[in-house]
Ligand binder design. Structure first.
Ligand SMILES: NC(=O)c1ccc[n+]([C@@H]2O[C@H](COP(=O)([O-])OP(=O)(O)OC[C@H]3O[C@@H](n4cnc5c(N)ncnc54)[C@H](O)[C@@H]3O)[C@@H](O)[C@H]2O)c1
Length: 246
């Protein structure tokens, strides 16, 4: 344990599996207490048991619901005493070209990513502003930087997260609260395992480092943003992509 996050309290959305789960593990490894939240309550409860009840708790939350997000922030305060780090990571994909994408596919993706991140950012900021310290980390995607065919919904939402984060960073900087974004490229998780082999191979060919990223490699950037190592960074975007589309 490095102690980089000793005494800090983090909330991680979408922590039932994949990148969010890796972030929760890394936070605990570096000394933080963590509230893991997800639609999948069983998954976050099991993960919290594994991490140890004194340092982790798992709660159900739908990030599209402001009252759910407020509830988990209240719980973090009651259980661990504060909210120092908020990671807005929960996500879904509903890929289709515009010829076949339904309005529901568009709305669901924008709701979970963009509105979910907005709730997480503004409601965590309200707590952090009072404490006069905090770090908010929003998980965007390379898809939001370059736009990917079949992802007009997801690219829009992920680009929107960057704009939202920069605007929030400007509103919150003088309150001691920082807001930064991470843009992962191709990371090996359940989300990308669902991808057809042809699409996977095409993406792999675009990666100078010649391999997909691991969830822990996104998590370590979140630890950096959560810690004092990044004390003079706000409104930034870090690409975790193995050099893809640099
Ligand atoms: N895997 C990649 O290559 C990649 C690349 C770029 C960005 N990302 C982003 O990283 C984040 C995590 O991706 P992942 O690959 O770990 O995905 P994943 O599908 O493995 O995990 C996402 C988690 O979010 C949860 N979730 C979905 N909707 C929710 C909601 N409304 N409220 C609460 N929880 C909800 C799911 O239950 C799931 O546990 C997402 O925002 C994703 O868009 C992933």
């Amino acid at each position: 344990m490095s102690g980089l996050l000793a005494g800090r309290v983090g909330v991680v959305t979408g922590a039932g599996q994949g990148i969010g789960l890796a972030i929760a593990h890394s936070f605990v490894e570096h000394g933080a207490s963590v509230v893991l939240v997800d639609l999948n309550e069983d998954a976050v409860r099991a993960a919290a048991v594994e991490l140890g009840p004194e340092r982790a708790t798992g709660l159900r939350c739908d990030v599209t619901s402001a009252s759910d997000v407020q509830y988990i922030l209240d719980q973090a305060g009651d259980r661990f005493g504060s909210v120092d780090v908020m990671v807005n990571n929960a996500g879904i994909t509903r890929d289709a070209t515009m010829r076949t994408m339904t309005e529901e596919d568009f709305d669901q993706v924008v709701d979970v990513h963009l509105k979910g991140t907005w709730h997480g950012t503004r409601l965590a900021a309200a707590v952090m502003r009072e404490q006069r310290r905090g770090s908010i980390v929003n998980i965007s995607s390379l898809s939001g930087k370059v736009g990917l065919a079949g992802q007009t919904n997801y690219s829009a939402a992920k680009a929107g997260i960057v704009g939202l984060s920069k605007a929030a960073a400007k509103e919150l900087a003088h309150h001691g609260v920082r807001v930064n974004c991470v843009q992962p490229g191709l990371i090996a998780t359940a989300m990308t395992a669902a991808m057809p082999q042809r699409v996977w191979d095409q993406k792999m060919a675009e990666i100078p480092m010649g391999r997909p990223g691991r969830p822990e490699e996104v998590a370590s950037v979140c630890v950096f943003y959560a810690s004092e190592l990044s004390s003079y960074l706000t409104g930034t975007v870090t690409e975790v992509t193995g050099g893809r589309f640099m």
